[in-house]
Design a protein around this ligand. Structure first.
Ligand code: ADP
Length: 258
């Protein structure tokens, strides 16, 4: 039995001889942020793909509300309420904010051949949903490309939440952003969590993960270095584990002696 919304038990994924992921266990719950940390090649994308239904795990168990599942396609993961916001955000820069918010799922009015997009309603919903996340967009006709990186992430998060996501996977949402914009996105993560979403925050930055995270999975070359509740790990320890501990100490020693 599992009391968690999602539980991973010893999940592994192999590409031929390559171990992309092995022995990864963690839990994901509503109103919590599970952070997945790791450097390049650590297995973060593979972790996302298994939960998003792009790839299937080879070993271990994936439980959704206590039932063992495998998501056979992205559609199956989405139907289970798992939405992924990829780094490219799947947005059309030249299109307006409200168009990007709906992207083909716009509200309509009229029937049969007279059916058309209800533009006013669409704009109103987009504006309200964004405002609820603390984002004040003056004009939703504004092209998405004119928004800041943090605001674009915010639109993508608000969109996933509006379309019924229970679990929100964020793929390195702060990696291309400066300090201030990263702060904006971290606040969105907290807001999504406070609205009861289960958030999975993928990042290589322990300074971004620690303040917002409830649980931390650290990956290193496909191996899990541990799965920690916040009370069991300090920010310094997390940073140390991410930096490869001994390597960082050796570097500090080397720098100090020159
Ligand atoms: P990250 O997202 O943390 O950078 P990945 O999940 O992309 O890490 O990759 C983990 C490991 O699996 C790497 O060694 C990578 O080269 C390998 N890998 C990822 N995808 C494939 C694939 N489709 N075929 C073969 N090897 C892959």
């Amino acid at each position: 039995m599992s009391d968690s919304l999602i539980e991973l038990r010893g999940i592994s994924k192999f590409y031929g001889n390559i171990i992309a992921l092995t022995g990864v266990s963690t839990t994901v719950n509503p109103g919590e942020v599970t952070c997945v940390l790791g450097d390049n090649g650590a297995g973060k994308s593979t972790f996302i793909k298994i939960l998003a239904g792009v790839h299937q795990h080879d070993e271990g168990q994936l439980l959704l509300e206590g039932e063992e599942v495998t998501f056979s396609s992205p559609r199956a993961a989405l139907a289970a309420g798992i939405a992924t916001v990829y780094q490219d955000l799947a947005m059309v820069p030249l299109m307006s904010v409200w168009r990007n918010f709906f992207l083909g799922a716009e509200p309509t009015r009229g029937f049969g051949p007279f059916r058309q997009i209800d533009i006013e309603k669409a704009k109103q919903i987009a504006k309200e949903q964004l405002a609820e996340m603390g984002i004040d967009i003056r004009d939703t006709e504004q092209p998405v490309g004119t928004l800041s990186g943090g605001e674009r992430q915010s639109v993508a998060i608000a969109r996933a939440s509006y379309f019924g996501a229970r679990v929100l996977i964020l793929d390195e949402p702060t990696s291309a952003l400066g300090v201030k914009q990263s702060g904006v996105v971290l606040r969105r993560i907290v807001e999504a969590r406070d609205r009861g979403l289960a958030v999975i925050f993928i990042t290589h930055n322990p300074n971004h993960a620690y303040p917002v995270g409830d649980r931390f999975v650290i990956l290193n070359r496909g191996h899990s270095m541990g799965n920690f509740a916040k009370e069991d790990i300090s920010q310094a320890e997390l940073t140390q584990m991410m930096a490869g501990g001994a390597e960082l100490e050796a570097l500090q020693h080397e720098l100090a002696t020159h």
